[in-house]
Design a protein around this ligand. Structure first.
Ligand code: DGL
Length: 269
C-alpha cells in the first residue's frame, strides 16, 4: 500500500486522455499532472530538446510526493524515456509498450498502422516493438504533425480537422490496415473524426486507455495501490496561462477542474 500520488506529464492537453482513464480505473489514486503548455509541441523538436524538456518535466514531478511517473506522451515515451528512466528515483512508465501489446492482440489481418508526431515516427520505437513481439506483422507509419495544434486549439470536430485527417490517413487506409495505434496521446481526442474516416473495421488503439490499465496492473503487482483513505486532491500544473487550459481540460475530461490548475516556471527544474 502506498498513498503517494501518481505523477503524469505531457507537452499539453494530450496526457489528459490518460488521466481520464486513470481516474476511472484507479479512483482511489491522487494525480499530479503537468502539461508543458508553454513549450508544446514537443514532436517537431530535436531529440536533444525533447530530452531536455522531459528531464525538467520529470524533475518537477519528482519535487512532489509521488510513487510513479507516467509519461503520458508518445514523443516523450519514445524519444526521452529510454534515456531518462534510469535517472528517475521512482518507476517511470511510458505509453508505447501498453499500446503495442494492445495492437498486437487486436489485429486480425496482421496490418497495423501507426500515427504519431514527427519525433515519434522518426524514432520508430512502436514499429520495432511490434516486430519484436511478432515479426510477421506489417506496420505502416505516418507522422501527423498538424493534429497536435488542432487539438490544442479545440478543433476536434471541425472541417479543417476532417480534411487534415484525410490528407494524412488516406495512404494508410489504402494499405488495408485493421488496427491503428494513435501513437500520440493528443490523438484520442480526434477519435470520432479518425474513426469515421477509417470506418468501423479498423480498431483504434488509445495509448492513454491502455496505459491506465497497465498502471493499475503494475501498482497492484508491486503492492503500491493507495488504500483509498485519502481525500481526492488532484493537482494540475501548466507552464503557460491557466485559463485556457482549465476550460479545455474540463471539456475534454468531462469534469470541472476549475481552481485546481496552477502555473509554474518549468525552466527552474
Ligand atoms: N501528446 C504528445 C505525444 O503523445 C505530444 C505531442 C507534441 O507535443 O508534439 O506525442
Amino acid at each position: 500500500m502506498d498513498n503517494r500520488s501518481i505523477g503524469v506529464f505531457d507537452s499539453g492537453l494530450g496526457g489528459l486522455t490518460c488521466v481520464s482513464e486513470l481516474l476511472k480505473v484507479l479512483p482511489d489514486e491522487n494525480i499530479v499532472y503537468f502539461g508543458d503548455t508553454g513549450r508544446v509541441p514537443y514532436g517537431s523538436r530535436s531529440e536533444e530538446t525533447i530530452i531536455k524538456y522531459v528531464r525538467g518535466d520529470m524533475n518537477f514531478l519528482m519535487s512532489h510526493d509521488i510513487k510513479l511517473i507516467v509519461a503520458a506522451c508518445g514523443t516523450a515515451s519514445t524519444v526521452a524515456l529510454p534515456v531518462l528512466a534510469g535517472e528517475c528515483k521512482v518507476p517511470a512508465i511510458g505509453v508505447v509498450e501498453p499500446a503495442v501489446d494492445a495492437a498486437v492482440s487486436a489485429t486480425r489481418n496482421g496490418r497495423i498502422g501507426i500515427i504519431g508526431t514527427a519525433g515519434t515516427i522518426a524514432n520508430g520505437k512502436y514499429g520495432k516493438l511490434i516486430a519484436e513481439r511478432n515479426p510477421s506483422l506489417q506496420t505502416f507509419a505516418k507522422a501527423c504533425p498538424l493534429f497536435v495544434p488542432l487539438v490544442e486549439n479545440g478543433l476536434t470536430d471541425h472541417e479543417i480537422t476532417r480534411l487534415t485527417c484525410e490528407m494524412y490517413l488516406e495512404e494508410i487506409k489504402e494499405k488495408g490496415i485493421d488496427t491503428l495505434i494513435l501513437g500520440c496521446t493528443h490523438y484520442p481526442m480526434l477519435k470520432n473524426v479518425i474513426g469515421k474516416f477509417l470506418g468501423d473495421n479498423v480498431t483504434l488503439i488509445d495509448p492513454g486507455y491502455e496505459t491506465a490499465h497497465y498502471v493499475h496492473k503494475f501498482l497492484k503487482e508491486a503492492d503500491l495501490l493507495s488504500d483509498g483513505g485519502i481525500r481526492e486532491n488532484h493537482r494540475y500544473y501548466v507552464s503557460d496561462t491557466v485559463d485556457g487550459f482549465e476550460k479545455m481540460a474540463s471539456l475534454f475530461m468531462n469534469r470541472d477542474i476549475g481552481g485546481q490548475v496552477e502555473k509554474i516556471d518549468i525552466e527552474k527544474y
